[in-house]
Design a protein around this ligand. Structure first.
Ligand SMILES: Cc1cc2nc3c(=O)[nH]c(=O)nc-3n(C[C@H](O)[C@H](O)[C@H](O)COP(=O)(O)O)c2cc1C
Length: 336
């Protein structure tokens, strides 16, 4: 996987993007993934951020935009419905120093679509066009958009939206090959992505079910510019290296490596969040990444960070008794 693409001055190389995931792709997670896959992540994107929150000066929404210089190139994704708020929020994204702003047209969650945002915008192409035109006029940083294949089986209008986006100055598209009605069921349909990539001249990237080198290779067909990787980054945070053909140990058989990754993640989370937020975010990674380990459920049951740290320390002591070397995460990565 050595494709790359250009967004004006930004070189996205390789063309592998950490997909935006609400509640997951916070700055600590993005940094963890970049640290574990040096040189193999072309772009990271924030969790989606509400334009209502941003433009009403919610501190939480503003905090969600924060990033570290070593995350670049870095995109912020916004969601909402109101044209003026979308424009103003995009300006805030630009002012925070992000490299690009991305419009969410794919979120299927009822609380988002009921208010006109996310995938609902695919059902209102004329309104979406107004949003894009206003945002495009306001910001000078690259503008991208992520959508689904359509609202439902009978209304798969991603091609029509893609053409409109291109006309209005959107500079790259990501398409998750499922409809809103499908949510996350079944497999993503990459033929939609391939078809659209043929028919527009801006880069079109695909999203859905990339989890290793083989699944990446079969999906990266024709003119598809690159791949988004989402859930697989939680199951195996080294997935970007795997897709790029690097030798990475099997996490199910590498308890010391797993422990080091978790330890590093806690460190990064604690730099950014209060303890009570660390607990939930940490559980999420443990749930996905530590299948097969008997202490997984203990961490997920723990209600405080102190309890979680105790469990990790206990596992660490047991491993050291069995002569596993539990060094720093940097040591683990170079030994991959
Ligand atoms: C927990 C979770 C949160 C997500 N949040 C967002 C989001 O904020 N913005 C977005 O565009 N897509 C979001 N997605 C969709 C992903 O970006 C991606 O398109 C989808 O999961 C399919 O790719 P995957 O199979 O690689 O996970 C989310 C997916 C998950 C599982």
């Amino acid at each position: 996987m050595d494709r790359s693409y250009q967004l004006r001055h930004l070189s996205i190389a390789p063309a592998l993007v950490l997909a935006p995931m609400s509640g997951v792709t916070c700055s600590p997670f993005r940094r963890l993934i970049k640290e574990l896959n040096p040189g193999h992540v072309g772009l990271v994107v924030s969790e989606f951020i509400s334009v209502e929150g941003l433009t009403r000066q919610s501190q939480r929404s503003r905090d969600m935009m924060r990033f570290h210089e070593n995350e670049r190139p870095y995109g912020v994704q916004i969601f909402g419905y109101d044209v003026d708020r979308m424009r103003d929020a995009a300006l805030m994204v630009q002012d925070c120093g992000a490299d690009l702003v991305d419009i969410n047209c794919g979120c299927p969650a009822p609380k988002v679509v009921k208010r006109g945002g996310g995938c609902e915008l695919m059902r209102q192409p004329e309104h979406l066009q107004k949003i894009i035109a206003a945002v495009r006029k306001a910001v000078s940083i690259p503008l991208t958009l992520k959508m689904r294949s359509g609202w439902c089986e009978e209304s798969q209008n991603a091609l029509e939206i893609a053409r409109m986006c291109e006309q209005e100055g959107v500079e790259a598209l990501a398409i998750h090959g499922r409809t809103r009605a499908q949510l996350y069921r079944g497999l993503a349909d990459w033929s939609v992505v391939e078809r659209i990539a043929e028919q527009v001249s801006i880069p079109v990237l695909g999203s859905g079910d990339v989890c290793d080198r083989a699944s990446a290779e079969t999906r990266l067909r024709g003119k598809i510019a690159g791949l988004f990787i989402g859930r697989a980054a939680m199951e195996n945070p080294f997935v970007f290296s795997v897709v790029r053909g690097q030798a990475v140990p099997d996490l199910r058989r590498s308890p010391a490596l797993v422990l080091n990754v978790l330890w590093r993640y806690i460190e990064l989370l604690r730099e950014e969040f209060p303890d009570r937020a660390v607990v939930g975010r940490f559980k999420q990674l443990v749930t996905q990444m530590c299948r097969g380990y008997d202490w997984r459920k203990d961490i997920c049951r723990a209600s405080t960070l102190a309890e979680q740290l105790d469990i990790i320390q206990g596992v660490r002591a047991r491993l050291e008794d069995r002569n596993y070397s539990v060094s720093s995460v940097a040591g683990c990565v170079t030994s991959c």
